[in-house]
Design a protein. Structure first.
Length: 288
């Protein structure tokens, strides 16, 4: 069931974006692993310039759907159509690295096919990770590693950017800064963004649509509408009133977390960016 029809904020989406031909269309997509269905009968489209966030519990099919839309996973049934020649940048949930194999950030970026070192350095700078080119990937903190992955994706000049739980391992200010960066990149590149969120109650305020999954599409709409949807509240509302917290970016570059579902201390603000020191190993992938 879609909540979008009841959402007056949907009118805020630029008409040109809503009318643009889709980059990706999924029709009746179902996904199975070893005969077990993890996602059933999903139909959706992604259009240029929109940010779509997938939320849901572990095992709900979020990552599987993102991979199917990106072409990395073949559905058991249904169809995924991608615009011919679509340029896609993919930031995975995890990346298996052999710690005994030295690889600098710059060498990793070169794997994207960009031969110009200056362009690779510019990508790192744009993602807030200047000067990391000579560092070993295995030495990076969680936040640095995610920005290196994002720089790698940007070198493909994507029309669709797929981010699978990109803020895992980041604290609230670090996640807020990353969300701000993604919104800025969307505006600069005009690309669509498909985001998988590991946090049921925190999404980007810049999201045009939130799609709530639990083996199927439970509800969808703007963040505000999904927060109030009975389907969302029935699944995730216990102890939080079903409210989705929204990361917002003010003009003074402070970052709001308007609702703290765990502590109840009300809005609080951060004007800095930092992350916990989690290397790229230690982050598990799943089917969620």
């Amino acid at each position: 069931m879609s909540a979008a029809a009841a959402d007056p904020a949907a009118a805020a989406v630029p008409a040109a974006r809503a009318e643009a031909p889709p980059l990706v269309e999924a029709t009746g997509v179902s996904i199975r692993y070893d005969g077990v269905e993890v996602l059933r009968d999903v139909t959706l489209s992604l259009r240029p310039g929109e940010i779509v966030t997938l939320v849901g519990p572990n095992g709900s099919g979020k990552t599987s759907l993102a991979r199917a839309l990106a072409g990395a996973l073949k559905p058991a049934s249904g169809r995924v159509r991608r615009r011919p020649g679509l340029r896609l940048g993919y930031v995975p949930q995890s990346l298996a690295l052999d710690r005994t194999l030295p690889m600098t950030v710059d060498r990793f970026l070169a794997l994207a096919g960009e031969r110009d070192r200056a362009v690779r350095e510019a990508a790192l700078e744009r993602t807030g990770a200047p000067g990391l080119g000579a560092r070993q990937l295995s030495e990076l903190s969680g936040g640095q590693f995610q920005r290196a992955l994002l720089a790698h994706a940007l070198l493909r000049r994507p029309e669709l950017l797929v981010l699978d739980e990109p803020t895992t391992g980041l604290d609230q200010p670090g996640a807020s800064a990353f969300y701000r960066l993604v919104a800025e990149l969307r505006d600069e590149l005009g690309c669509a963004v498909l985001m998988v969120s590991h946090d049921l109650h925190v999404v980007m305020a810049a999201s045009d649509r939130v799609i709530c999954l639990n083996g199927h599409v439970c509800c969808e709409g703007t963040p505000t509408v999904v927060a109030a949807a009975p389907e969302y509240r029935a699944l995730f509302g216990f102890g939080t009133g079903g409210a989705l917290a929204l990361y917002r970016h003010d003009h003074d570059h402070a970052h709001d977390h308007d609702h703290d579902p765990d502590h109840g201390h009300g809005p609080h603000r951060h004007d800095h960016d930092h992350d916990h020191d989690h290397g790229p190993q230690g982050r598990g992938a799943g089917q969620g």
